[in-house]
Design a binder for this molecule. Sequence first.
Ligand SMILES: Cc1ncc(COP(=O)(O)O)c(C=O)c1O
Length: 402
Amino acid sequence: MTQQVGELNPPYRLMLTPGPSSVDPRVYRALATPLVGHVDPWFRGCMDDVQVLLRQIFQTENRITMPLSASGSGGIEASVVNTLEHGDEAIVAVNGTFSDRMAVIAGHTPAKVTKVEAPYGQPVDPEDVRRAGKGRKIKIVGFAHGETSSGVITNIDNFRKVADELGALLIVDTVASLAAVPIDVDRQRIDICFSGTQKAISAPPGMSPITVSPRGEEAFRTRKTKVQSWYFDLTTAMNYWGKDRLYHHTPPVSLIFALREAMRMVMEEGLEARWERHRLNQLALIAGIEAMGLELLVKNPRDRLPTVTAVMIPHGVDDAKVRNQLLDEFNIEIAGGLGPLKAKIWRVGLMGHCSQKSNVLMFLAVLEKVLLDQGFGVPSGAGVGAAVRSYTHVDTAAAVSR
Ligand SMILES: Cc1ncc(COP(=O)(O)O)c(C=O)c1O
């Protein structure tokens, strides 16, 4: 009982992980601003700002648009528990741990859930979803736009087409892609789209922005049974985030401040410039990784998620030793593989604030040193050189087109 607990003093890490990403100092300052009450008239204005920014980033006019007080998994849960009830059928396209999580959570509802799978490292073929749903009454089709466990991106429009043919609502997990990759909720007619604050938005973890189309709202209205979850019932949660601002639960006010500032930064940069930044930094990283003699899990360049690059661990190299050295000697965190990809891949995240040229070049230089220490020979400077050429090529092309 006499044990003393010291002052909080975490190390300074560069989080090149698939989330959370490092955040800008402006976001830390917002996080530390004085608290106000969650029903304070001033805070209502702050909530308006958050919803304006969320609608801009999701590119939607949807009335139900709010940050859930929950991490990204809460977004999955809210999407499926609000749509599914007894007698319904769902199809979830599964190509990794997080899309599988959607199927698992949907399996907690009374609905019948069918998984349509693809090997980790590839997107699910929408044709397979069409075949699985043919002749059945499917309520929702769900998938992860960015599958963080394998670094795969899935084309939204192809899945919308199939969901239309099946008469189903389309649920899209954009936890790893929103604010880094083009997503236009209204134009792409996504019925429920959710994300997480800790990835390309670059705010702290703990909230899940979500938006629901009028068609999705209609499905909520016509339910025959109560939503299984009180906390994640989006209709009642909107009593707080809607015009009445009626108490539902006490939201994480400081996180909302931080999210507001992070989203202001997203819109100051501009969505298109941000998408391009993520694309170019990943191209440079990939050029460097390949020049070092390493392979990628995702073979088709079209399927590569710009925020997460899955690198195959070379034969004879110890996964944990490399990641530990990166962390202990260089304060850089990357992630290992999950599930069947454990000890097979490294996942390097370039998300939001972390997707910077300087991080790419520094990481490639450091990785060369660590791999050499672990006995894996890398041509000296090959990674950095290839990344520099990748950037120079783009700069030259841009200068020529000016
Ligand atoms: C695509 C995807 N969906 C859902 C989640 C779950 O989010 P959280 O860990 O914030 O609950 C993650 C987390 O990495 C993710 O990458």
